[in-house]
Write a new protein. Structure first.
Length: 188
């Protein structure tokens, strides 16, 4: 075997260095970088999943708290007064609307079709500000009398006061209700 020249030795050394560097890059560095990227993606996915689970957990906690509140309120269900409860309605509305600058009440007659009677009322009132009008509407809503606010109109006046109109239904129960008999028609 012949002896290698200096030039061949240098080329062989460069070739060995290139082979070692290439082997390191192909066998260690690239798989390691891919593994690091994969782990980084898995960490991000895990953090997203953690955020989603925390959100669900807080949602479940809120639902649990609401359920507990509803269970506590079950004993506080508002009763439905018996028919011809107009005096109690008037007293309650007078109490709620006492802070208003002016108000009026208009009740519309209604023919009951079943044991639940819906007394229709239109309540125009004037307050000093929007917040006062909103407070009155909230108190109407929260009234112990069973009711439904069907329409609300709020208008600001030139003097800064607020004129509001609430259309409402007050529900009453008729204990002695007798359904009207329908007339039967016969065809010849």
């Amino acid at each position: 075997m012949r002896k290698l020249s200096t030039r061949e030795r240098v080329l062989l050394a460069i070739l060995v260095v290139v082979a070692v560097v290439s082997g390191y890059v192909l066998l260690f560095s690239m798989p390691l970088n891919e593994k690091i990227q994969t782990l980084g993606q898995e960490i991000m996915e895990s953090e997203d999943l953690k955020t989603q689970l925390e959100s669900r957990w807080s949602q479940q906690q809120r639902l649990f708290q609401l359920t507990e509140q509803l269970k506590k309120q079950e004993g506080e269900v508002r009763y439905m007064p018996e028919y011809d409860n107009l005096q109690a309605v008037m007293v309650e509305l007078n109490t709620i609307l006492a802070d208003c600058q002016e108000y009026s009440l208009a009740f519309q007659p209604d023919d009951p079709e079943d044991a639940i009677y819906a007394r229709r009322a239109t309540i125009p009132f004037t307050c000093g500000s929007y917040d006062q009008a909103r407070d009155v509407l909230q108190r109407l809503h929260d009234s112990p009398l069973r009711n439904l606010i069907t329409d609300v109109q709020i208008t600001e006046q030139d003097d800064g006061s607020v004129k509001a109109t609430a259309a409402m239904l007050f529900f009453e129960y008729q204990t002695d209700f007798q359904p009207a008999e329908k007339e039967e028609t016969t065809e010849d």
